[in-house]
Design a protein around this ligand. Structure first.
Ligand SMILES: [Cu+2]
Length: 475
């Protein structure tokens, strides 16, 4: 970690100079820092999600999702962002611990980029993993402003034959959903994307102007079934699936018919491989899965429906020569291998000495029942408490969910470790987004090693906009 930090400091702003300085981590690497430039333009576009209905969206480079940005850990990524939208916008690099001024949160880390203006994001790409980039302005993500960011480690000895990025998104087919969607979920009804099939029924939706739209289409890489682009397999192949949940308010339970898979990373961080038949993935979470193509056929990856979906998420996995077979949907039943966070442990035990937290913060998550507001400790952003930490301190956050909905809590600028009382601390998993279920208490802790004001919030977009956010100030 100290070495990474050093590269961060050297690289930001003084790139030319940094290249001339002896940096220990570079000495080991055969390839020097590469500056990789991308142009990313946010603008108005239209999409049909593969169907015959067209509606307006906001997108990056006219695509839904935006282009996959793929770089290496020895790269410095430079993104020339242009805002051609009629509203201010920013780009956030979800999960990647970038320098604070590059984090893309309007009013916190930068002024929003005005219509017609540009902004240059530039940062080192560490560590390796699967990330998402998206607008952090208001509800813009729900209009289509998101894409995948993949960071490869050139020293990784990856053995898979194919590598697929699957970006999941919830849509309302009438008007695209998002802030202008006409249909809203009523208060006090069960919602799709609630607690999941084996964890009991769903929660309650909010009431008031910020309640979420009714989604009726679930897209993979911008297309809905049967128009989704199939994953094509050959028997015997080993496949890496990078699943990114860019949805605004949908948690999925995913299963691939005819197969189990192995979970190898969560939020970009490697874990000890875990066999699974169902994957639960919340908004903002990413999972890397390994799949062995050992069962020729035409199989669907599907999501469990808990009440609202009219057009469920489905994606065919088709073996060579099996294109004409009718696709088989997965069945969901009790007793499937459905690992949770406490079944995971770090791939390699941490070598850092364990530090007791210097600061503790209770984070009570509530709202929704009789109020349009969602809060942390009873307060909504921007009136919420600032969580302070000195640079280098370890901070413990104790989430206590007093509401009836799950909240995927996300911290910017850092990975946190999930406190797992049944494991020694060096085996705790690292994440940046963690689902806290209704009435559940979960604790995380992190080393405050990235200075600045960092946004910390629920990744349910409508909860975030209704106040469930605060600032972590590392100084
Ligand atoms: Cu939430």
């Amino acid at each position: 970690m100290p070495m990474d930090r050093r590269r961060f400091l050297l690289s930001s702003g003084t790139l030319a100079l940094a290249c001339l300085l002896p940096v220990p981590s570079l000495a080991k690497s055969p390839v020097p820092n590469n500056l990789r430039s991308f142009d990313l333009t946010a603008g108005l576009a239209s999409t049909n999600l593969g169907t015959d209905r067209t509606f307006r969206v906001w997108s990056y480079n006219q695509g839904i999702p935006g282009p996959v940005i793929r770089v290496r850990t020895d790269d410095v990524l430079k993104v020339n962002f242009r805002n051609k939208l009629p509203h201010p916008s920013t780009v956030h690099w979800h999960g990647l611990p970038v320098p604070n001024s590059m984090d893309g949160v309007p009013g916190v880390t930068q002024q929003a980029v005005l219509p017609g203006d540009s902004f240059t994001y530039e940062f080192p790409c560490k560590p390796s993993g699967t990330y998402i980039y998206h607008s952090h302005q208001g509800l813009q993500l729900d209009r289509g402003l998101y894409g995948a960011l993949i960071v490869d480690d050139p020293n990784d000895s990856l053995t898979h034959d194919q590598d697929f990025v699957l970006v999941l998104e919830d849509w309302a087919m009438v008007d695209g959903g998002g802030p202008e969607a006409g249909k809203r979920k009523p208060a006090g009804r069960m919602m799709h994307g609630g607690r999941g099939m084996m964890r009991g029924p769903g929660g309650w939706s909010g009431s008031g102007p910020l309640s979420e739209p009714v989604y009726n289409a679930y897209a993979v890489n911008g297309r809905i079934y049967p128009h989704t682009k199939p994953v094509k397999l050959k028997k015997g192949e080993k496949v890496r699936l990078r699943v990114c949940n860019a949805s605004s308010s949908t948690i999925y339970d995913l299963r691939l018919a005819g197969h189990s898979f192995t979970i190898v990373r969560t939020d970009g961080r490697p874990i000890k491989p875990v066999k699974a038949e169902v994957l639960r993935i919340g908004m903002g979470e990413r999972y890397d899965l390994e799949l062995v193509a050992d069962n020729p056929g035409n199989w669907l990856l599907g999501a469990y429906e808990s009440g609202w979906g009219e057009s469920g998420l489905k994606l065919p996995f088709v073996y060579e020569g099996k294109e004409d077979i009718k696709p088989v949907a997965p069945s969901f039943r009790r007793g499937l291998a459905y690992p949770g966070y406490f079944d995971f442990q770090a791939a390699a035990p941490s070598t850092e000495a364990y530090q007791e937290p210097a600061r503790w913060y209770r984070q009570v998550l509530s709202g929704g029942m009789h109020s349009p507001y969602w809060t942390i400790n009873g307060r909504g952003y921007p009136d919420s408490e600032v969580l302070r930490a000195d640079l280098g301190q370890v901070v413990r956050l104790a989430y206590i969910n007093h509401s009836h909905m799950p909240h995927p809590m996300h911290l910017h600028g850092h990975f946190f470790k999930l406190v797992n009382p049944s494991l020694p601390p060096e085996k705790w998993i690292s994440k940046d987004t963690l689902i806290v279920d209704p009435m559940q208490r979960l604790e995380v802790q992190f080393l405050a090693d990235n200075p600045g004001d960092w946004f910390h919030h629920c990744h349910h977009l409508y909860h975030m906009e209704a106040g469930m956010a605060n600032i972590v100030r590392v100084a």
